[in-house]
Ligand binder design. Structure first.
Ligand SMILES: Nc1ncnc2c1ncn2[C@@H]1O[C@H](COP(=O)(O)OP(=O)(O)OP(=O)(O)O)[C@@H](O)[C@H]1O
Length: 240
């Protein structure tokens, strides 16, 4: 991988909470244009890594590079301005407002006033929820709310989109639509790093995978390589 091809790099990153090494000496490179999955069982350190990429947690050790720039000490908002965006697992939408109003709140930070309406429409179309623009968010299905949140994360026109378990709690149909949406965003040039522990979903989407276990990098490679790695299979069955 050439230096220019790397969009995100974690170098010897660690995060300790008291005596707990939630993330320990992690090195990860995410290539520009990749659809990359952070895979691992509960408590492996995946969300903590996302929070360090986003600037929500400061690493105990190591550095985070974005576009070859050391962003370790930048605030979250400055990272957003550089092109990093996140959709967290916890809900970030306003249930008592409409779909349109939610999107407008996100879009108006990044778009000139005269273009807000058309940008909201463009995103709602992309998210397959344009017909629901006047609906209160509380009335949407779980999947539709998740797509709206992805849309709000897109408002800053990110180069790198972090998705924490984007299909969690969805049925098969919504999961398939979510996979399709993520694939589409990636084809439009957005590099995507997503967290998941559902191997079937990961197989549908990811090109490259980093497997974490107990805060350490356990394995990395293509989905095919990971799937046939006996040690990875074992940690999923609780043998390691
Ligand atoms: N703010 C915190 N204070 C103390 N411990 C924390 C904190 N955040 C996370 N941890 C611990 O760090 C470890 C890694 O947590 P993390 O949430 O990153 O794992 P994860 O791989 O995202 O798990 P899950 O799939 O369950 O979301 C866990 O043992 C967790 O309890």
């Amino acid at each position: 991988m050439s230096k220019e091809a790397v969009l995100l790099e974690l170098r010897h990153v660690g995060k300790y909470f008291g005596g707990l090494r939630a993330v320990d000496d992690i090195n990860i490179k995410v290539e520009s244009g990749d659809l990359h999955c952070l895979l691992g069982p509960n408590g492996a350190g995946k969300s903590t890594i996302f929070k360090m990429i986003m600037g929500i947690y400061k690493p105990t050790n190591g550095s985070v590079f974005f576009n070859q720039r050391n962003v370790t000490h930048l605030k979250s908002w400055d990272r957003v301005k550089l092109g990093i965006s996140i959709k967290m697992q916890t809900p970030g939408v306003f249930g008592e407002l409409t779909v349109y109003e939610n999107m407008k709140i996100a879009v108006q930070h990044f778009t000139r006033h005269a273009e807000v309406k058309s940008e909201v429409s463009r995103l709602l179309e992309l998210l397959m929820i344009r017909d629901l623009k006047d609906e209160l968010v509380d009335n949407l299905s779980h999947g539709q709310q998740q797509w709206l949140e992805i849309g709000m994360a897109l408002a800053c026109k990110p180069k790198l989109l972090l998705l924490d378990e984007p299909a969690a709690g969805m049925g098969p149909e919504e999961t398939d639509r979510t996979a399709e949406l993520i694939r589409q965003l990636n084809q439009q040039g957005i590099t995507i790093l997503f967290i998941d522990h559902d191997m079937a979903f990961v197989k549908k989407l990811a090109r490259n995978t980093t497997v974490l276990h107990l805060g350490r990098k356990f394995a990395e490679g293509t989905v095919e390589e990971i799937e046939t790695n006996q040690q990875v299979v074992d940690i999923y069955l609780g043998k390691s």
